[in-house]
Design a protein around this ligand. Structure first.
Ligand code: UGA
Length: 441
């Protein structure tokens, strides 16, 4: 099928590439000409495992093109995806200006019937606004063209996005039009073999489903972080508790890992946007607000452990900090816990030597060059001259360090483990003091 996708961020680029990979004819549109040029040279602007070779192969095969001029690409399409950003407004609501700008563009140039697909995470009611915006533009032109607007939220995880797209758990299609649903069923047929993953529903329920999924996952994490806090105070080990509850299938193993707080471009933004949306409808969100509050507190917890160990005085100390990205397998530092830890360490007069397998360039872009930050090329280099180690992101390569080497390298012989990668006994046997999250025993 002929597909046009507006927006070449994570969602647009991954979706467009995977659709091309299964044989569709895809045009990706972005207003950023430099980005379009880079993509046309085969340069993928984000680190996402498996994505760059797929982009390359599908470009070479002529099924995937990148353009900045929307006009021709609107004429090309049977389906037009809106996958542009919905950043938070000052009050936490999702800012729809980019989504509605695309809707206006579609309305101004549409000549033949099309299905418009909302892929961005958008507040309930956005599909109606997109429909009204397109209709208003068509009316202003005095043109009558049939179109449908469908809500089809994405559930991609950064770091595993290609896999999520090629092998989705579920495909949510929100629409009341049989023709539109049929078009999306045909589009997704290659991803929908063996069992039917498609869940059809009305547009508003589909829009809310996306927020509910992210809010539920964020709630699980904040819940576990609160249990970790309790464990610390009552002398229990949250890692034992996690294993004890995860085996109950009603609870499950996923998203119950305590840590340095959830980050990324989705959970913080979506929990706030959902809460804002609810309040606009006069519905209180006590639970969602607590999820957000717990996460804010949790992001400061690693630093509290550092302060506790040093009796509140870390001025002049040097910390090795492993992991900058908000989670492994990405170079994304949006809302990353590392940012809070770094700011707190600097404010207290400490210096940092940091290493991340992928996110150092992004950190350089955010923080630039400064005296109290050294960007290192390896985890070992970060340890040189360090008094203590702080682990913020659970990259695989940090999981089994040589503790004898750490003992020799760290002047104060202490590790602050923000992801519970190590067992306290293992570290303490090596003669190193250990602080984890919720490990009070
Ligand atoms: C999340 C959802 O998982 C995707 O399904 C969704 O499509 C996406 O948002 C989106 O809305 O676009 P993502 O932000 O890539 O995906 O990251 P996650 O893997 O969900 O992790 C989010 C944060 O939670 C990370 O900071 C991670 O370290 C933290 N986390 C995750 C925990 O602290 N504990 C856990 O047990 C799991």
């Amino acid at each position: 099928m002929r597909v046009t996708i507006f927006g070449t961020g994570y969602v647009g680029l991954v979706t467009g590439t995977c659709l091309a990979e299964v044989g569709h004819d895809v045009v990706c549109v972005d207003i950023d000409q430099a980005k379009v040029d880079a993509l046309n040279r085969g340069e993928v602007p984000i680190f996402e495992p498996g994505l760059a070779p797929l982009v390359q192969a599908n470009r070479d095969a002529g099924r995937l093109r990148f353009v900045s001029d929307p006009v021709e690409s609107i004429g090309h399409a049977e389906l037009i995806f809106i996958a542009v950003g919905t950043p938070p407004d000052e009050d936490g609501s999702a800012d729809l200006q980019y989504v509605l700008a695309v809707a206006r563009t579609i309305g101004r140039h549409l000549e033949a019937p099309v299905v418009v697909v909302d892929k961005s995470t958008v507040p309930v009611g956005t599909a109606d606004k997109v429909r009204a915006t397109i209709a208003a533009e068509l009316a202003a032109r005095g043109t009558l063209v049939e179109f449908e607007v469908v809500a089809n939220p994405e559930f991609l995880k950064e770091g595993d996005a290609v896999n999520d797209c090629m092998r989705p758990d579920r495909i949510i299609i929100g629409s009341s039009s049989d023709e539109a649903i049929d078009a999306l069923r045909r589009l997704y047929a290659p991803f929908n073999r063996n069992r039917d993953r498609i869940v059809e529903m009305d547009v508003r329920s589909a829009e809310l489903t996306k927020y509910a999924a992210n809010a539920m996952l964020a709630t699980k994490i904040s819940f576990m972080n609160e249990i970790a806090c309790i464990a610390e105070h009552v002398g229990a080990d949250v890692e034992m508790v996690r294993q004890g509850i995860g085996s109950d299938p009603r609870i499950g193993w996923h998203f119950i890992y305590p840590g340095a707080g959830y980050g990324g471009s989705c959970f913080p933004k979506d929990v706030q946007a959902l809460s804002r949306m609810a309040r606009q409808g006069n519905c209180d969100t006590h639970l969602l607000d607590a999820v957000e509050t717990v996460n804010q507190l949790q992001k400061g917890h690693l630093f509290e452990l550092v302060q506790r160990h040093y009796g509140g005085d870390i001025a002049g100390k040097t910390f090795a900090l492993w992991g900058l990205a908000f989670k492994p397998n990405t170079d994304d530092m949006r809302e990353a816990a590392s940012r809070r830890v770094l700011e707190q360490l600097w404010a207290a007069g400490a210096r940092v030597r940091t290493y991340d397998p992928e996110a150092s360039a992004e950190a350089r872009r955010i923080f630039g060059e400064r005296d109290d930050l050294v960007y290192c090329d390896s985890d070992h280099e970060a340890l040189k001259g360090a008094d203590a180690l702080i682990v913020v992101t659970e990259w695989k390569q940090f999981r089994s360090p040589d503790f004898a080497r750490l003992h020799a390298a760290l002047a104060d012989r202490v590790i602050f483990d923000g992801r519970n990668l190590y067992h306290p006994d293992q570290v303490e046997t090596a003669g190193i003091a250990y602080y984890g999250i919720g490990r009070g025993r």
